[in-house]
Design a protein around this ligand. Structure first.
Ligand code: NCD
Ligand code: ZN
Length: 356
């Protein structure tokens, strides 16, 4: 049995308000606990998007009634809310900027709209950029110009990890995260495990799955990557198999087992895992201690991932039938056993807003 700290997932889509048939704070935080996470930072591309005091309260009210693990909510950067968003910084996880292809309404293509956000958002809180390739390079340039930190969400490409490495070496305040699906799946989906039968809609995700060379470069440069984040982006199996499939993969319940499997294959170490799922996100996102909080993992348990065993409401996983080694047995959150042997043991509403 291995004991880990309560893990932090800095990139989760809870779908509340507006799309609770995909997920809500109850099902999503249950999935988080089952996956070994005790803090989730939730994204603002909901319906309506979270971009001002009123919409932030909508999300936080729902979370305070339903969440079973601790959380904080991002505010989204819109075309004219830089001042408002900055004024909400103490209550928010951080500022999320959608600078590239994504799901939802929050997207800023025009760089003149980025400027006020980089100028105004308080430097002690993170700006998280959803940016890819050249837009990522542009986001890093903004961090350099305004001398403030930027955290790059879900990197997936060789060129991205190379630029981030170079920027870090020059003292630019950039950090980044990678998602398990970008470490375990290639574009042709011939990564290990049985992926036959994954329909075109189920392969849709932003950033898109990359090529083997990209994946290999990410693994070879794990020292450049600060955090593992799931980008848990649940859409129902019916939506994924429809003619117009939305992009996104669920990930809360598969991240730790996949990464523990990599540990069992000596591709990663437990200290790496703790650094990227606890120490670094805690520092980057300025998160508090959670006293009497830990996760117990059976590192020798071998089992198959099954959507039917999951708490997420979306009812599917891209890792269906993958054999993994490493299972979450128990999660203790602030002195209470929150999860044990497949069961959630704390009530909806037990989770706390870590920014309140
Ligand atoms: C995310 C979603 O569904 O909200 N989808 C995705 O493919 N990652 C949006 C996003 O993070 O871009
Ligand atoms: Zn996302």
């Amino acid at each position: 049995m291995i004991k880990l700290p309560g893990l932090i997932d800095p990139h989760v889509h809870m779908r509340e308000p507006g799309a609770t048939h995909k997920e809500d704070f109850d099902s999503g935080t249950s999935a988080a606990l089952a996956g070994g996470f005790t803090i989730v930072l939730t994204m603002p591309n909901t319906k309506p998007p979270i971009f001002d005091a009123e919409t932030l309260d909508m999300a936080l009210d729902a979370a305070s009634l339903k969440a079973r693990c601790d959380y904080a909510q991002f505010v989204g950067a819109g075309p004219n809310n830089a001042e408002k968003a900055a004024s909400l910084a103490d209550k928010a996880a951080g500022l999320k900027m959608y600078l590239d292809s994504t799901f939802g309404e929050l997207r800023l293509d025009d760089m003149t709209l980025w400027q006020p956000h980089f100028e105004k958002y308080p430097k002690q809180y993170p700006i998280v950029a959803h940016s890819e390739s050249r837009s990522m390079a542009a986001a890093i340039l903004f961090a350099a110009i305004y001398d403030r930190p930027v955290h790059i969400a879900h990197i997936s490409l060789k060129e991205e990890v190379q630029i981030i490495k170079a920027a870090k070496e020059r003292g630019i305040k950039v950090t980044c995260e990678v998602c398990p699906h970008h470490l375990f799946l290639y574009e042709d989906l011939t990564g290990f495990g049985n992926l036959s039968g994954l329909t075109a809609g189920r392969k849709e995700v932003r950033p898109r799955l990359a090529e083997k060379e990209d994946v290999d470069t990410l693994w070879a440069n794990l020292n450049v990557i600060d955090c593992f984040a799931t980008d848990h982006a649940p859409h129902t199996i019916e939506e994924k198999d429809s003619d117009n499939p939305p992009p996104g993969f669920p990930g809360l319940e598969t991240a730790l087992p996949l990464l523990l499997t990599a540990v069992s294959e000596s591709r990663l170490t437990i200290p790496d895992l703790i650094e990227k799922m606890y120490t670094n996100p805690k520092k980057i996102f300025n998160l508090p201690d959670q006293p009497e909080t830990w996760v117990e993992v059976d590192e020798n348990a071998i089992y198959e991932i099954k959507a039917e065993d999951q708490f997420t409401r979306c009812n599917w996983t891209p890792f269906e039938s993958w054999q993994v080694k490493g299972k979450v047995r128990k999660v203790v959150l602030r002195g209470e056993t929150a999860f044990e042997d497949g069961k959630i043991l704390v009530n909806a509403g037990y989770g706390k807003n870590i920014r309140s």
